[in-house]
Write a protein that binds this ligand. Sequence first.
Ligand code: PXL
Length: 281
Amino acid sequence: MIENNTKRVLTIQDISCVGRCSITIALPIISALGSETVILPTALLSTHTIFPDFTFKDLTDQIAPITNHWKSQGIEFDAIYTGYLGTIEQIDLVKGIFNDFGKEGTIRIVDPVMGDRGQLYPGFDKDYVKKNTELCACADIIMPNLTEASLMTGLEYREEHDEQYIKEMLTALEELGARINVLTGVSLTPGKTGIMGRDSLTGEYYLYQNDKVDAVFHGTGDLFSSTCVGLLMRGKTWQEAMTLAADYTAYTIDATMKDPARKWYGVNFESTIPQLIEMSR
Ligand code: PXL
């Protein structure tokens, strides 16, 4: 029998034509997990910004006309998921979209993509960080990495960290205003990496770690977040979604290890979609 309870997810992020990240990950992954994936592209780039000399076409002026049209058609979303956003103005527009399209039960998920390994990505500055911090306050779930969390809370970035530091970071994140705060890139055991989150309503912490792979991969954060969103739409709890998403990301990293182009082109998730579907049942 064909089920007719398909969820509709809006994802707002850039299209980087080459170099699997943002929409080129969110669209296939969330769709594979069974939700309709509506895209609102914020910019069009030839590649992600780690390649040299990428092109960048700002699509900010398209956001209001597109969303006004949706509004006129009564279009609604079960989740709104944001990732890499190009400009401060776009973050303000996204705050408006959260308000305008937030029906009863709509989950707002913010991955405040702006840096990694202690550094901001090219093109971002302090004002951009401040705006992203405001956006996080409007979300139900945020999932920054340690770099992004430290930029938003003002707490020092520590590559090497212990549980007390992670709990302090989660408390500082919680003060920004989101209900569920999940930190990625948490390593509390040598050779392991994963997530630690806390639900501010219950005060409950959740830690999940996998074996750490000593290699750099582009787009793994987007793969993790997109998988979480797809799994939340399948009715998983946030802890189940984060656990399965961490397992799937680790599995896909493993499947990409032998690819010498991985640093630039991202992880080969196409080959692991069958396992994702199997894991999500
Ligand atoms: O994967 C995060 C990301 C998304 N979009 C663009 C990026 C990056 C990271 O560098 O450059 C354009």
